[in-house]
Design a protein around this ligand. Structure first.
Ligand SMILES: *Cc1c(COP(=O)(O)O)cnc(C)c1O
Length: 597
């Protein structure tokens, strides 16, 4: 046992009773606080925002993730945009209470003992959703195993499979050891799929897995809900059968095969999740359809993502809304009431965040930007399908536009996965363009180490949020939702959430997708020069546009709405409760197929 002495840490380790919790949420990454490096990007942010809404709504939820003692990584960029990485070290021992429970698991042909640290997500009314962060760094474990919960998305496929075994199997066994038998287990992405095997083990214990019947598998399926998050093939973890045998052992491997959960002779986490879930969903209406085409043998629904409003609204907006429509904290339908606030007040509130952001840029880079100049933001994981450099396709063209519209500033940020050389070279390309433009009306600044804090400042403070993914690979996207909450319109390719959120000239602007990148870039330039810039120059109209963003998109693209849909459609569907339709909308823009990509 690894019970920390509370006296030595100053942290109360009073156990938290989770025996009555009905929903268990599993995610490889969760953004829990600005100071904990337990996330990498959108998936972790969504998980954190989901739990923050669950706590606000008083849901009977508990969550499982890994500790990530060394985090994802901190990004360093030299003068040419060359990325290097360093570990983020933190000490759970001095930060979090110990859950006071260990579990021992057999994997890789040996035993591994896990403990967990507890992070409490506290809602508006004080309700707590506890999160258990599994930790393998325990004396007595094999030295290699002690490093298993260090690096989020680190190591090779073998390391990854071990981590997924810790998450899924370790997580279920920990919950049971803590007296919790959840009615619903939610797999946030396929990384957590092995929880189904954990449930099967608990069900037949102490008998071996080989005694599990089809009825047992069906019972497990009735407990599980699966959200798939990406149509990008590399986003779906696959492992060879030899690795499956090595890590999971013969019994589990045989069970996975026997219940038809292998795919193309590979251990494919998405297919395990599909096989063992009674409800499967994508994260936007379009992504639901695209996923349905990818997995025709399983019904796939759609629940569009959201963001946690109180986390992403700027402080000045929070103060304004607390004053004008205080009910927003419990119920974000009330964002519609911003139509009762004068547009100039909304504009002035945004200006505070814009100045704060430009101040941060000056402190970090020495670049002095002009608060009166149209400022675009583009920040996300540097994955090639997100096409960070589309807007820079023709720097000369962009420079001319900047000259004609009175100047243009573009703020960019994003980390490339350490092993993604294409992503790293993309950052260098952007640096090269930016340095060529130093003296012009066009300023491009790439900010180092995109994280929660920077994401907040950018989405709060820029004038327009730019998004140019290769359709249909942006399953949802959430940063544009954070922007909308802060009165920031999007200029975006019609993909993911934007198909549902775009009202042309009202909440932003759509870029039609095109096979030819040069043509698509030209469309961005056209919209920028002839739609965005003229409206930006018309201050009263721009202020009304800001207000529409908050009223129309803020009131819908939030995790309170999203989670209500999970509760009524996925977690506890009751007869007749048809709150979420998976029929989609009759919008021709939505007709797509993977072949088009
Ligand atoms: C919101 C957020 C993301 C996800 O944004 P996308 O639009 O889905 O790319 C990633 N990283 C950070 C730091 C964020 O705040």
């Amino acid at each position: 046992m690894n019970l920390q002495s509370p006296a030595s840490t100053g942290i109360s380790s009073a156990p938290f009773d989770i025996s009555d919790r009905t929903i268990a949420y599993f995610s490889m990454e969760i953004a829990l606080s600005k100071t904990l490096p337990t996330y990498s990007g959108g998936l972790g942010m969504l998980a954190g925002d989901t739990l923050r809404s669950a706590a606000d709504m008083g849901l009977s939820m508990v969550a499982i993730s890994l500790l990530h003692r060394r985090g994802y990584f901190e990004q360093h960029l030299d003068g040419s945009g060359q990325q290097t990485e360093s570990d983020v070290k933190w000490s759970p021992e001095t930060t979090l209470p110990d859950a006071g429970q260990t579990v021992t698991l057999s994997m890789q042909g040996r035993e591994i003992t896990l403990r967990a640290w507890r992070f409490d997500v506290v809602g508006v009314t004080g309700h707590i959703v506890p999160v258990f962060l599994l930790d393998s760094d325990i004396e007595g474990n094999d030295p290699w195993d002690r490093r298993l919960t260090d690096h989020l998305y680190g190591g090779d496929t073998y390391y990854r499979l071990c981590q997924e075994a810790v998450l899924g199997l370790g997580g279920i066994h920990l919950l049971h050891a803590l007296g919790c038998q959840p009615e619903v287990c939610h797999m946030n992405e396929g990384h957590a799929a092995l929880l189904a095997i954990g449930l099967l083990e608990e069900r037949v214990a102490p008998a071996p897995l080989s005694s599990a019947t089809e009825a047992d598998a069906e019972a497990v399926k009735q407990q599980c809900v699966f959200t798939t998050h990406t149509p990008v093939p590399a986003g779906h973890d696959k492992f060879g059968l030899d690795q499956m045998m090595q890590v999971l052992g013969a019994d589990r491997s045989a069970a996975i095969e026997r219940f038809g959960a292998l795919h193309n002779d590979l251990l494919n986490m998405t297919y395990i999740a599909l096989r063992f879930s009674r409800f499967v969903n994508g994260v936007s209406m379009l992504h639901g359809k695209v996923s349905q085409q990818m997995f025709p043998e399983y019904p796939v629904h759609a629940i569009t993502n959201g963001v946690h409003a109180a986390t992403w609204l700027s402080q000045p907006f929070q103060a304004l809304l607390d004053n004008q429509i205080p009910a927003w904290r419990q119920d974000q339908h009330y964002f519609r009431s911003v139509y009762g606030i004068e547009p100039e007040v909304i504009e002035a509130t945004h200006q505070i965040s814009k100045r704060r952001l430009l101040d941060t840029v000056r402190q970090r880079t020495g670049m002095v930007l002009d608060p009166n100049v149209l400022t675009l933001g583009f920040a996300r994981r540097v994955a090639t399908y997100k096409r960070a450099s589309l807007v820079l396709h023709s720097p000369e063209r962009l420079m001319k536009i900047a000259g004609r519209i009175g100047g243009l500033q573009i703020l960019m940020a994003g980390k490339s996965h350490p092993a993604d050389n294409a992503g790293k070279s993309l950052i260098r390309d952007i640096f090269a363009v930016a340095s060529r433009l130093k003296q012009s009306m066009l300023r491009i600044v790439y900010l180092e180490n995109y994280d929660w804090e920077l994401g907040e400042q950018l989405t709060n403070g820029v004038d327009v949020w730019l998004n140019t993914p290769l359709r249909p690979y942006e399953a949802s996207g959430t940063s544009g939702m954070k922007a909308a909450l802060n009165g920031v319109p999007s200029l975006s390719v019609l993909d993911g959430w934007w198909i549902e959120g775009c009202a042309e000239n009202i909440t932003g602007w759509a870029i039609e997708n095109c096979e030819d990148e040069a043509i698509e870039a030209e469309r961005v330039y056209e919209k920028l020069e002839h739609c965005v810039a003229p409206m930006y120059a018309d201050k009263p109209r721009w202020a009304r546009l800001r207000r529409h963003c908050l009223a129309i998109n803020g009131s819908f693209f939030n995790t309170h709405r999203m989670l209500s849909q999970y509760v009524s459609s996925a977690y506890f569907p009751s007869s007749g409760a048809d709150a979420v339709s998976d029929e989609g909308v009759d919008d021709p823009r939505e007709q797509t197929s993977l072949a088009e990509a």
